[in-house]
Write a protein that binds this ligand. Structure first.
Ligand SMILES: [Zn+2]
Length: 306
């Protein structure tokens, strides 16, 4: 038994001992969901840990009749632990900086056990890079399968790290804005009226519901609307429709000095960027309504309206 193997037993033994009341992999799930990576990366890694990805060893049990060899390196059995810990491209990536996982790559163990071990071993900023690479490896594997093309390790690494950097940059202004978000609803002051809008989107049915309420000084009711819209493609689109509808109502009622509140940052950012969006037509309407109102339009972000 190698020293490494003993250390591994101690790590896993410790994890098992400290979580005897529940899932021994609880610490892995904690670290996985806490890591700041895109949602689809979380889901992909979680599915890999639960052996839910359609690797060829699993497809064999579901009627697949081809050879179970690895698509990328022709290893005889393409199982999840091979795809993410032993395939040639993986060894090249994970044995290099910043991971240096050479020793554990040699061992044969279920992928979930390998993951809890690296989750405990790697520093958080390195672990997030590992998650990004696992997702990229799975995407690469799919491209090899469906499009008959795959990328070399260096290209995969660059692509994954560039995406992670973009993800962190995109989150930074979001976090700053959230710090300034108002937590409860307040009536408009002076001669302003306040329009609160909201949109709800059901992706499974491509269906949206929009609603809004206009309130005057001291919160007195002025007008409201609510209805459904079919054939929607995203939550942002539904929220933009709600904003447009609310502004149309304000224009029809010849209201002035309107403050509009929405909890959809993506929609507000699109409007602020003057229509550089896939929903430019809706935003054009919103900007036109804003001109008709003849007063400055105050777009505010609220996280919750009590
Ligand atoms: Zn392979």
């Amino acid at each position: 038994m190698t020293a490494y193997w003993i250390a591994r037993q101690q790590i896993l033994g410790h994890v098992l001992a400290t979580s005897s009341a529940g899932d021994p992999f609880k610490e892995l799930w904690n670290r996985l969901w806490k890591t700041k990576v895109p949602g689809k990366v979380h889901v992909c890694v979680w599915r890999a840990c639960q052996n839910l990805l359609p690797t060829r060893d699993r497809l064999l049990t579901k009627g697949y009749e081809g050879k179970p060899v690895c698509l990328l390196c022709a290893h005889p059995l393409e199982a999840i632990s091979h795809v993410f810990t032993k395939c040639l491209i993986v060894v090249e990536l994970f044995s290099a900086a910043p991971f240096h996982l050479t020793t554990s790559l040699m061992l044969s163990m279920p992928f979930k056990e390998w993951m809890i071990e690296v989750a405990l071993q790697l520093r958080p900023h390195v672990f997030e890079k590992l998650l990004m690479l696992i997702w990229s490896l799975w995407k690469n594997w799919n491209e090899a399968l469906w499009e008959n093309k795959s990328k070399p390790a260096a290209v995969l690494q660059c692509g994954a790290m560039a995406w992670l950097e973009d993800f962190h940059k995109a989150r930074a202004p979001l976090n700053n804005m959230r710090n300034h978000v108002k937590q409860c609803w307040r009536p408009a002051e002076g001669n302003f009226v306040k329009l609160n809008v909201d949109g709800a989107y059901l992706p499974s049915m491509s269906h949206g519901d929009i609603g809004g309420i206009i309130r005057g000084p001291h919160g007195c009711f002025v007008a409201a609307f609510a209805h459904s819209i079919p054939h929607m493609c995203s939550a942002k689109q539904v929220e933009l429709m709600a904003i447009r509808e609310g502004l149309d109502l304000a224009v029809q009622m010849k209201l002035q000095h309107v403050i509009i509140e929405s909890d959809c940052l993506a929609a507000i950012q699109d409007i602020a960027h003057n229509g550089e969006s896939e929903f430019a037509c809706i935003i054009d309407d919103i900007l036109e309504a804003k001109n008709l109102l003849q007063t400055g339009l105050h777009l505010c972000l609220v996280s919750a309206i009590e």
